[in-house]
Design a protein around this ligand. Structure first.
Ligand code: AMP
Ligand code: MG
Length: 207
């Protein structure tokens, strides 16, 4: 497979690839993500193959508008709404009870789904022009997460349809993952938003 190198002017082309079930590496503010249509189980399965990622490791679904969350989850609790208002768009991922349209490939068979609203404008434009995107980091499983298009190319050339070169990632570390699918919110992975930030002010999340 020939891997196309695209830039911010090629969002339409990248969206077409996504709509046809293909894989596009896109910049986000954390690290580069390897994106596919989050609602197409076959497309999502290709992500696992390209990365060599075990199928039991669930993926994060990326949105570009808060209203998109309604069809993806069964519940959007008040605590999650407050956190979304405060930290989205940005490097916070929230685990919520999933709706039936989320394929098992995304959730690894769990009853929950991870959702994030990235602040990177290229990622937002690609999602807006296509659909919510499932996207883990765009590296071979076990390798460091890529923070520029050259890193992605070194791991993924010939394995994916396209890479959108959007320069260096600003944050450079993964998103913070918290679950709101349990009675008491829990931190699952530290990242770009700190626990201190999460517990400050009126959201009052104590993890
Ligand atoms: P990555 O895509 O490799 O940056 O990692 C995504 C992280 O989110 C991993 O640590 C996953 O285990 C975690 N994750 C994704 N979906 C879920 C879920 N439904 N429940 C718990 N953890 C999840
Ligand atoms: Mg990763």
């Amino acid at each position: 497979m020939k891997t196309l190198i695209l830039d911010e002017n090629d969002i339409e082309k990248a969206a077409e690839i996504i709509k046809n079930g293909g894989l596009v590496a896109m910049p986000t503010e954390t690290v580069y993500g390897l994106a596919a249509n989050a609602l197409d189980g076959n497309a999502v399965a290709r992500i696992f193959k390209a990365k060599g990622r075990p199928m039991d490791n669930p993926l994060i679904v990326h949105i570009s508008d808060i209203s998109q969350i309604d069809s993806l989850v069964r519940e959007f609790p008040e605590k999650a709404r407050i956190l979304a208002e405060k930290f989205w768009a940005g490097p916070l991922t929230m685990i919520l009870p999933k709706s039936d349209i989320i394929p098992d490939e995304v959730s690894a068979g769990l009853d929950t789904v991870a959702i994030r609203f990235p602040s990177n404008k290229i990622a937002q434009a690609l999602i807006a022009k296509s659909m919510p995107l499932a996207a883990p980091s765009a590296n071979l499983s076990g390798s460091p997460s890529p923070t520029n298009a050259r890193h992605v190319f070194d791991d993924m050339n010939g394995r994916i349809d396209a890479i959108i070169d959007g320069g260096e990632c600003e944050v450079g570390v993964e998103s913070t993952v918290i679950t709101l699918a349990t009675d008491i919110p829990r931190l699952l992975r530290p990242g770009g938003i700190t626990v201190e930030q999460l517990s400050r002010g009126r959201c009052g999340i104590v993890l």
